[in-house]
Design a protein around this ligand. Structure first.
Ligand SMILES: C[S@@+](CC[C@H](N)C(=O)[O-])C[C@H]1O[C@@H](n2cnc3c(N)ncnc32)[C@H](O)[C@@H]1O
Length: 299
């Protein structure tokens, strides 16, 4: 499964743009807070060699093994941590540093997670309703569906999925949950398909509900908020932060926090508008089509 030609199944998004904005230089300390399979991290590593330090974080233990294999093909100046990036303080303490020259976040799931049916992220593959990035802890999507009331499910789909049919879907889910129980991704996707009117939308009717459950299971927005409240404390003057998000909820949080820090003269915003992938990249990698990159510099 691991191709040593650097062509991992997860294609890193907007690599040129990431390197342009992050601007990693030889000898620098760069932290990749969502190291995934190590696609971006390997490129960064090539730039900071031979005496820099790459710190990589991922909350998915299995993916960290792939990152390790991939990055070590480029060099050995890296340290990897199994953690949530909101625990940045503890990671940096363990890495023995309190300042970094660059920070990267490439949010969401990796294809390495998404394409494995047994991880339960995909509505098009039959698998258990899990969706945990960190399989060593936490509640699963199945637990949520099982425990939440109809009203709470409706709120969740509406808030984290911006789903207009949230009430109908929540009702249909609760009915099936009470009748037979819901355990699998395809079962849930079928319930949603039956519950919503057939529209003209190009996206699958289960897309938003799956996004909402994934965000809730992994506490994605909470982690991002906690992280953004403190990361500037660990950035040297001139350090860059680059964040790629994949849905409007994340992008809004990043945009608002960058503006707040700019008003406080802590960040200079480098991307007035978010940078998006070019057509050629979207053609090569359809999953990057919703990516938005924002960057700022510590001043
Ligand atoms: C889109 S992938 C990153 C891909 C990577 N940039 C590459 O080029 O291979 C996102 C990764 O971030 C991890 N992740 C998501 N939220 C996280 C969090 N709060 N803390 C740590 N890792 C997280 C996921 O497990 C996943 O591996």
């Amino acid at each position: 499964m691991h191709d040593t030609t650097n062509d991992l199944l997860h294609k890193p998004v907007m690599v040129e743009e990431v390197l342009d904005y992050l601007n990693p230089q030889t000898g620098q300390v760069i932290i990749d807070c969502t190291v995934g399979g190590g696609g971006h991290a390997s490129k960064i590593m090539s730039k900071i060699k031979p005496n820099g330090l790459l710190i990589g974080i991922d909350k998915d233990m299995e993916i960290l093994q792939i990152a390790k294999q991939h990055i070590s093909e480029i060099g050995n100046i890296f340290k990897l941590y199994h953690a949530d990036y909101s625990e940045i303080d503890e990671v940096l303490r363990q890495a023995g540093t309190d300042k970094v020259n660059g920070v990267l976040l490439d949010l969401g799931t990796s294809s390495l997670q998404f394409d494995q049916a047994e991880r339960g992220f995909s509505f098009s593959k039959e698998g258990p309703l899990d969706m945990r990035m960190d399989r060593s802890q936490g509640i699963t999507a199945k637990d949520l569906v099982h425990r939440l009331s109809e009203q709470k499910l409706e709120e969740l789909f509406s808030k984290y999925g911006e789903e207009r049919w949230s009430r109908r879907i929540a009702r249909a889910i609760l009915k099936e949950e009470n009748d037979t129980g819901i355990t699998s991704t395809r079962q849930l996707a079928n319930i949603i398909e039956r519950a919503v009117p057939r529209g003209k939308s190009k996206i699958h009717p289960a897309t938003r509900v799956f996004q909402a459950l994934r965000i809730a299971v992994n506490k994605e927005l909470e982690s991002l908020e906690v992280f953004l409240n403190k990361i500037h404390n660990y950035m040297t003057v001139g350090a860059r932060i680059v964040i790629i998000s994949f849905h409007s909820l994340e992008d809004r949080i990043v945009k608002n926090k960058f503006s707040e820090r700019a008003k406080q003269n802590i960040f200079q915003i480098l991307t007035k508008k978010p940078i998006t992938p070019g057509e050629a990249e979207i053609e090569r990698n359809i999953r990057c089509r919703s990516a938005k990159l924002r960057a700022a510099e510590r001043i």
